[in-house]
Design a protein around this ligand. Structure first.
Ligand SMILES: *Cc1c(COP(=O)(O)O)cnc(C)c1O
Length: 397
């Protein structure tokens, strides 16, 4: 029911700068007695004034699972920022991936998933979707327009994630989208790394864009939420699937996400700057073999990143020169400021050793040394460098 309004807002918003957009989007103080932010509406039952009204469902809110003014404020804001026709909210980023895939598949369908996708995405395809008769093929992240050769008559969706989880390959999203649309295949992108502020998904041909708001939108490691935005062609199908599952995000989580949204641009820019500074510094260190950061000119995906993205977040990976596993553990375990843990995008820096080799099927992951992913937080860059320098000295010692 909010489709048309958000559509128009989405179009108008493309002229606003990102900073103005994140500050303004989705707000309607006049609907809440002038309060700047929407209150947290908790509710299942919504009352109707008459039998006729409940029969026609002719009012903005009809039942708790269909949304509240709190959740709708975030949906509208996100649609505007992503340039989407509609957005739905779910309780995690993984739930967003699952729901997007279920929107664009059916029994007997074939789907294409990038080999560098977030590993739980693969698990969903290889277990649940498989059980419902959906076949998944994994493809090389660098495939570009040649994806056309993998599309079969029964192919319904292609899933992209750019840059790839941990390994950081950048995909040619417009080329893949063009080839997919030629055959009526739905284009799904996990856009969590960039957020719509640094990669505008629907303007690049994406039908369904996923964001694990758990990461940068939350920004404080205190929230799990997922967002799926859709272009006009897919908005109704997405909303129908969402309503059938009724797995919306709660109003408290939507309010926390709205709070995170208002500083998203500032945090991303700060983490981009700090991330780049640390990435460049690491690239010059003798213990480091390669830095996998798309904004560095020697990254294989740099040209695509430069063409399509308007920024880089603070997440990147490094490959060390060959050292023992014990030495890597000594480096990581004894860092003072970098935490060891899943997720990223919070205000605090994280580091995590990783190995994609066990689950890759279309492409090999065989780096020359141990690989680590870093998420740069909002700490002082000099302090972070000193922490890493001491760690790298442990690697040598
Ligand atoms: C973390 C992550 C997800 C999943 O988000 P959750 O909210 O933790 O379920 C999905 N995609 C990517 C790229 C992620 O990094």
């Amino acid at each position: 029911m909010s489709g048309k309004k958000t559509d128009q807002a989405g179009k108008a918003s493309t002229r606003k700068s990102p900073a103005t957009l994140v500050t303004q989007a989705g707000r309607d103080p006049s609907a809440h007695f002038g309060f700047v932010n929407p209150p947290i509406y908790r509710g299942s039952t919504v009352l109707f004034p008459s039998v006729e009204a409940i029969e026609t469902l002719d009012q903005p809110y009809t039942y708790g699972t269909k949304g509240t003014p709190t959740t709708r404020a975030l949906e509208r804001a996100w649609s505007e920022i992503a340039g989407a026709a509609d957005t739905v909210l779910v309780p995690s980023g993984l739930a967003a991936i699952d729901l997007a895939l279920l929107t664009a598949t059916h029994s007997g369908a074939h789907i294409l998933v990038v080999d560098s996708a977030y590993q739980p995405t693969r698990a969903f395809c290889d277990t649940i979707l498989k059980r419902f008769g959906v076949t998944t093929d994994y493809y090389d992240p660098q495939i570009g327009g040649d994806i056309a050769q993998l599309i079969r008559p029964e192919t319904t969706a292609v899933l992209l994630e750019s840059p790839g989880s941990q390994s950081m390959e950048v995909q040619d999203v417009p080329a893949i989208a063009a080839a997919a649309h030629e055959k009526n295949v739905c284009v799904i992108l996990d856009n969590t790394w960039a957020t719509p502020l640094f990669f505008s998904p629907h303007a690049h041909g994406v039908d369904l864009a996923i964001d694990a708001g758990t990461k940068y939108l939350s920004g404080h490691a205190d929230l799990l939420i997922g967002l799926i935005s859709a272009n006009a062609h897919w908005a109704k199908k997405l909303r129908t699937t969402f309503n059938a599952f009724a797995i919306g995000a709660g109003p408290d989580d939507a309010a926390l996400a709205l709070r995170g949204l208002r500083t998203l641009h500032l945090r991303l820019r700060a983490q981009e700057q700090a991330g780049l500074e640390i990435a460049r510094w690491l690239a010059a260190r003798p213990e480091v073999s390669r830095v996998l950061h798309p904004a560095l000119p020697d990254h294989p995906g740099h040209a695509l990143w430069k063409r399509d993205f308007s920024g880089a977040s603070g997440v990147f990976s490094i490959v060390l020169k060959p050292v023992s596993k014990a030495a890597v553990s000594d480096f990581v375990d004894n860092l003072d400021l970098f935490g060891i843990g899943f997720s990223w995008g919070g205000y605090e820096s994280l580091i995590l050793p990783f190995d994609c080799a066990p689950y890759r099927t279309a492409t090999a992951w065989a780096p020359e040394g141990p690989a680590l992913r870093l998420s740069i937080g909002l700490e002082d860059v000099a302090d972070l460098k000193a922490d890493l320098a001491a760690g790298l000295a442990r690697l040598r010692g």
